[in-house]
Design a binder for this molecule. Structure first.
Ligand code: PLP
Length: 467
């Protein structure tokens, strides 16, 4: 398996990145029932090579430009392998002390590497803040919203002791930008709270004055603003909400501020990108995905909170079988999340931090940005194309000048050819192709090859349309 993995990753460039299969293809190729008797590995692997591999999108390929990166790396894979073999569950300190303590240590290291303020770290026994590894950014957003909801309901109950929580819930309202990820909307749906979308400015950024206006008008209607989600690095265009302005509004109105930096968080390992973090000390929670750009394979979402008691109040159930003699003296991460059981994910994060070191991680991020700048320069030099929003970090959103339909056709044909893979975004009616530099294996030549592919297909489309 180790050889298979190494061969796969080292030769990934040779694979067609996007499969050419149709729904149901695998059902036709595999038996309808599990085998009665054990099968040999050779037979199983033959099916992997012949049937599974051709139906995958090869996310580690340098020609994969869709979504955001979901990178892996050898130290991360080794962490995952060891963690799989150990299969310890780290729900309480007692269920695996080193699992819990390594998570706290790795999250402190990572928090410092990002330049987060000390209030998010957990370096002393009585620190109220700290980091925890959640499964996804969606889950971190939900955890934050639920903790803020509990805090708000407790405060409202004190003022209205005779009113039921279910009724008080109807008064709560939370906010995010119209550019926020769909997982924020989903958190509101699950949390049964109203969500208001703040119109972003011309740079797709949520600003304090718009938020203030919305909150003031909602308060006049008797609503209670309790949670705001700011995005650093939006999915559509890697835009940044103005954290300081938003933080000041949240502080004024007593709303919990959550920061979703799912993709861009990895870039804060480099000091030159930390200006976007200005005001982070005003946040109550902050999350990003090392499982995107930091080469820690999925799943791994780093989440920090200023005050973990807000999580405890929301998620603390304490049956006798989970209590231990050090309860209360050590962190029990089961109180910081929705499920009970949790994997030993700190191992792969710790392996990556140690094996790359700060310098290796910064080099990786800067190389991703450099390659995106290279692609941006190629696009800008071609009169047929445009980049409607300025590039930030490793993603370039570009389009053919003219009707959206041209760019839609371009993307459809590129994906059908399978040499490179990208997905679209649309801001304020303008359809673009998102070109994200994902792979740590991407070279200058890969960028040139993809640009040539794009130019070839664009030429065909422009010929089809304009002759
Ligand atoms: N937030 C932002 C800004 C994202 O771009 C994404 C996904 O790309 C998410 C949240 C959701 O991440 P996850 O899949 O970890 O829930």
């Amino acid at each position: 398996m180790v050889d298979y993995i190494a061969d796969y990753l080292e030769n990934i460039r040779d694979r067609r990145v996007y499969p050419s299969v149709q729904p149901g293809y695998l059902h036709k190729l595999l038996p309808k029932e599990a085998p009665q008797t054990p099968e040999k590995w050779d037979e199983i692997f033959k099916d992997v090579d012949e049937h599974i591999m051709p139906g995958l999108v090869h996310w580690q390929s340098p020609h994969m430009h869709a979504y955001f990166p979901a990178l892996t790396s050898y130290p991360s894979i080794m962490g995952e392998m060891l963690s799989s073999a150990l299969n310890v569950l780290c729900f309480t300190w007692a269920s695996s002390p080193a699992g819990t303590e390594l998570e706290t240590i790795a999250m402190n290291w990572l928090g410092k590497l990002l330049g987060l303020p000390d209030c998010f770290l957990n370096e002393k026994n009585d620190s109220p803040g700290g980091g925890v590894i959640q499964t996804t950014a969606s889950e971190a957003t939900l955890v934050s919203l639920l903790a803020a909801r509990t805090r708000a309901l407790m405060e409202l109950s004190k003022l209205n002791p005779e009113v039921q929580s279910a009724e008080l819930l109807g008064h709560l309202i939370c906010y995010c930008s119209d550019q926020a990820h769909s997982s924020v909307e989903k958190a509101g749906l699950i949390g049964l709270v109203r969500m208001r979308y703040i119109e972003s400015d011309e740079h797709q950024s949520m600003r304090g004055d718009q938020l203030e206006k919305a909150i003031a008008s909602d308060k006049e209607k008797g609503l209670v603003p309790f949670w705001v989600c700011a995005t650093l690095g939006t999915t559509g265009s890697v835009a940044f909400d103005n954290l300081r302005e938003i933080g000041q509004v949240c502080e004024k109105h007593g709303a919990w501020l959550h920061v979703d930096a799912a993709y861009a968080g990895s870039a804060f390992t480099c000091p030159e990108y930390r200006h976007w973090l200005d005001g982070v000390e005003l946040a109550d929670s902050f999350a990003f995905n090392p499982s995107k750009w930091l080469m820690v394979n999925f799943d791994c979402t780093a989440m920090w909170v200023k005050d973990s008691t807000a999580l405890h109040r929301t998620f603390n159930v304490n049956p006798i079988y989970l209590r231990h003699e050090n309860s209360g003296k050590a962190i029990d991460y089961m109180h910081w999340q929705i499920p009970l059981s949790r994997r030993f994910r700190a191992l792969k994060l710790w392996f990556v931090l140690r094996n790359y070191g700060v310098s290796g991680i910064q080099k990786h991020i800067r190389e991703g940005v450099r390659l995106a700048q290279k692609f941006e320069a190629l696009v800008l030099a071609d009169q047929r194309f445009e980049i409607p929003q300025p590039r930030n970090l490793g993603m370039v959103a570009f389009r053919l000048k003219g009707d959206n339909a041209l760019t839609e056709r371009l993307l459809k044909r590129l994906n059908a050819r399978g040499y490179m893979h990208a997905v679209p975004a649309c801001f304020k009616g303008i359809y673009v192709i998102r070109f994200t530099v994902t792979s740590s294996r991407t070279t200058n030549q890969d960028i040139l090859d993809d640009w040539n592919e794009i130019k070839t297909v664009a030429k065909e489309i422009l010929m089809d349309v304009f002759g």
